[in-house]
Structure formats: structure tokens, C-alpha cells
Write a protein that binds this ligand. Structure first.
Ligand code: IPM
Ligand code: MN
Length: 349
């Protein structure tokens, strides 16, 4: 029987209860489709940091390189200063494992409440390819005369040819495999002329390699508007790290919210990490109110990346059966508990 070594990082807040349901569903899919997930759990997160001062030991980071995938719950703790865990665990893993793509499907499933007037599943089915290792996230810049009235804060966006090229390549490949074959570059070429000048030049040049892919460009501000007004225009959107972060939260709310939205931090040649795109939601911790669907769909993306396509499809089908039965996709209003949602999806498989 095929077996996959998976690192499990439940993390903070609702993370543990959400990945528990994900694990339940994925193990069920494994039984049905004849593979085994060999889980190794890591207690990274706020509690460990508060107890030991450790955020991400180098030895753990080294070990993570030996897995076939990483499955993560959520990172962020109310008693820990913002940035420490996010940068020390999440961003560090993305960077060190060179997970240069953050893949975020924006798909409205039937039966899910959508805040957009007159929009349904037939209008909202696209995928954002967010660059995941560069841009404003590299930590470039610094402070001068900190704490004085002459303070200078510089936060630099790093865009390399290598980083831009490989991200665009991934997006073109993805678009060329999809039914609609349309790729939109989202940037800000009217102001950030250096950074998005590079993106646009490489984009235009690469387009010649993919004559079957229709290309389009929109500024990020207009992208936000079209994501609300005409989401059906989009098939694949490719963008930089910061813009990708922002537009995918907007996208998430159009597909039913952070209880649904999943993502993958992908290194196509290495170890990828899958996570719900929402946070640790501390106020819901341990109450059985969190929606585990985002975590379960992150697991579904993990199965697809591992090559277990049939099982991945079965998980998605099972989720689609349960979503319309839930009274809402928001935490605490689902009409069932976190583990009941997991049980029902597993039973469907
Ligand atoms: C996300 C999150 C992270 C990001 C934070 C927690 C650092 O918002 O995965 O979108 O900005 O990438
Ligand atoms: Mn985000």
C-alpha cells in the first residue's frame, strides 16, 4: 500500500480542532482509496513559544524537509506579539522550503451563502496564484532614528527575475490546463513601475509560449472591484505576495468566508504545505464552533498535490454534499459542531 509521510502542525487557536477533522476525512479517504497517511505531529505555535521561548527550532525545520507534505492548522496567539509566530513559523517555512507558489482557489460551492448580489457558483470559480517568497514579505528595509520624530521606516519589495519567472510559469501552466485558459496578471504598473514593470515584461514575453492562453492585465485596485462586480471574468489570477494576500481575503468572503477558503504553499520540486487561509480565531478556540471545511479542503489540495486525484475528488464531492446541509458557513452558526461536520463528510466518503 502506498504511504505518505505527512508533518502535522495543528498550531494555535482553532487550528487543532480543524486539522483533527481534516485528518479524520483524509484518513477515511486513504482507507477507501488504498493509501496510508503516516502523520508526525509538531507542537509548534504560541503555547510552545510561551513555555519554552522556541518558535521554530532549526532541527524541526530540517526535519520538515524530509516529509512529502505539511498539513497546518493555524498560527497566531493572543498573548504573543503579532509577527513573532507568523514570521517565525509560517513565513520561515514558506521561505526556507522555497514554497514559491501560494495557490488559492476561489470557488463558490452550491448551497453556500454569497454576499454578492445575483452571483452564484457559475460566476465564482477561479484561482489565485500568489507569489510566496518575495515582494514585501522578505523583510527588506529597516528603521532609522527609531522612536523619534525623525523616524524613517523603509519596507522594500523584492522582485527577482527568477522569482517572477517561476511564478508566472506556474500560472501559465495552470491556466493552460484549465478549461477556460485565461490568465490575468494583477499588478500596479501605473505606480510601482519597477516591480510590476518586471512582472509585465516577463508576462508578455512568456505569453508567446502559450498561444492557447488568453492573457489580461488589471491593476490591483480594479481587480478588487471586478472580483465583486464581475468575478466570472477571472479564471487564473497571478500576482505578487502582498497583493495576493489582500485579494485572496476578498476572494474568500465571496466564496463563503474563511471557514471555506483553503490554500497550498507549493514548491513543485519540494515539500509543500497546506492550510486553511483563515487565522487561529482565538475567540472560538475549543468551542466546537469553527468550520472545518477550509481545513478539509486544504487536505483535499494536499491529496491532489500528492497525486491521489481520485481521493481528492471524493473529498471535494463529499464536502459539496454537506455544505448545503449546514445552516451557515460561519463559525457558531453551522447548525452542527466542528466534529459533526467532519463526521458527516467522512461518512459521505
Ligand atoms: C496568509 C496570512 C499570512 C500572510 C500572515 C499570517 C503572515 O495572512 O497566509 O494569508 O500574510 O501571508
Ligand atoms: Mn492573508
Amino acid at each position: 500500500m502506498k504511504s505518505y509521510k505527512i508533518a502535522l502542525i495543528p498550531g494555535d487557536g482553532i487550528g487543532p480542532e480543524v486539522v483533527k477533522e481534516g485528518k479524520k476525512v483524509l484518513d477515511t479517504a486513504g482507507k477507501k482509496y488504498d493509501f496510508r497517511l503516516d502523520w508526525h505531529s509538531y507542537d509548534l505555535g504560541g503555547e510552545r513559544y510561551l513555555k519554552t521561548g522556541e518558535v521554530m527550532p532549526d532541527s524541526v525545520l530540517e526535519e520538515l524537509k524530509g516529509f512529502q507534505a505539511i498539513y497546518l492548522g493555524a498560527i497566531g496567539h493572543p498573548q504573543v506579539k503579532p509577527g513573532i509566530l507568523e514570521k517565525g513559523i509560517l513565513l520561515k517555512t514558506r521561505f526556507v522550503l522555497d514554497q514559491y507558489i501560494n495557490l488559492r482557489p476561489i470557488k463558490l460551492y452550491p448551497g453556500v451563502e454569497c454576499p454578492l448580489k445575483d452571483k452564484g457558483p457559475e460566476h465564482i470559480d477561479y484561482i489565485v496564484v500568489r507569489e510566496n517568497t518575495e515582494g514585501l514579505y522578505t523583510g527588506g528595509g529597516g528603521l532609522l532614528r527609531e522612536g523619534t520624530e525623525n523616524e524613517v521606516a523603509i519596507q522594500e519589495s523584492v522582485n527577482t527575475y527568477l522569482g517572477v519567472e517561476r511564478c508566472l510559469r506556474y500560472a501559465f501552466e495552470l491556466a493552460s490546463r484549465r478549461k477556460r485558459k485565461k490568465l490575468t496578471l494583477c499588478g500596479k504598473t501605473n505606480v510601482l513601475t519597477y516591480a510590476f514593470g518586471l512582472w509585465e515584461r516577463v508576462f508578455r514575453k512568456m505569453a508567446a509560449d502559450y498561444p492557447e492562453v488568453e492573457t489580461d492585465y488589471t491593476h490591483v485596485d480594479a481587480t478588487c472591484m471586478w472580483m465583486v462586480k464581475s468575478p466570472e471574468w477571472f479564471d487564473v489570477i497571478v500576482t505578487d505576495n502582498m497583493f495576493g494576500d489582500i485579494i485572496t481575503d476578498l476572494g474568500a468572503i465571496t466564496q463563503g468566508g474563511l471557514g471555506i477558503a483553503a490554500g497550498g504553499n507549493i514548491n513543485p520540486q519540494g515539500v509543500s504545505m497546506f492550510e486553511p487561509i483563515g487565522g487561529s480565531a482565538p475567540k472560538y478556540t475549543g468551542l466546537g464552533k469553527a468550520n472545518p471545511v477550509a481545513g478539509i479542503l486544504a487536505g483535499q489540495m494536499m491529496l491532489a498535490e500528492l497525486g491521489e486525484d481520485t481521493a481528492a475528488q471524493a473529498v471535494e464531492d463529499a464536502v459539496m454534499k454537506i455544505l448545503p446541509v449546514m445552516s451557515s458557513q460561519s463559525a457558531g452558526r453551522m447548525g452542527m459542531t466542528t466534529s459533526q461536520v467532519g463526521d458527516r463528510i467522512a461518512a459521505e466518503i
